[in-house]
Ligand binder design. Structure first.
Ligand code: ZN
Length: 128
């Protein structure tokens, strides 16, 4: 496995503790790796008004974008829930907007799957 991805998985695991998930108990952390190799972390942030909750992947991507990055190459996702945690449809669409190529999902027992974004979102919505 790519050394950068291994480093990102480790970083994401360190951030799981920052997840704000008092309602579901599902902790998710993500790392967005830019085309220049910089890493931005994110965690899921829940809300009493459930619909306002935000996914870890979008937090990580938006942090990167707000720092001026527009090309995000890879997104890594870790969680405390059993099995693999895949991104939701909204996050896949946001990944498409910022040219994500690779999505790395993991399970709590250390299994890793590497996907191309096109496998998970074969026909994204595009205005141009
Ligand atoms: Zn999502």
């Amino acid at each position: 496995m790519d050394e950068l991805i291994e480093k990102a998985i480790k970083l994401a695991k360190d951030y799981l503790k920052n997840s704000y998930s008092p309602y579901s108990g599902v902790k998710v952390a993500s790392v967005a790796i830019t085309s220049s190799g910089e890493m931005f972390t994110g965690v899921n942030v829940e809300n009493s008004s459930y619909g306002l909750s935000m996914c870890a992947e979008r937090v990580a991507i938006f942090k990167a974008v707000s720092e001026g990055h527009r090309d995000i190459k890879t997104v890594v996702i870790v969680s405390n829930r059993d099995g693999f945690t895949y991104p939701c449809g909204a996050c896949l669409q946001v990944m498409s907007e910022f040219n994500v190529e690779t999505v790395v999902v993991t399970s709590p027992n250390g299994e890793v799957r590497v996907h191309k974004l096109g496998e998970l979102l074969p026909m994204p919505f595009k205005l141009k």
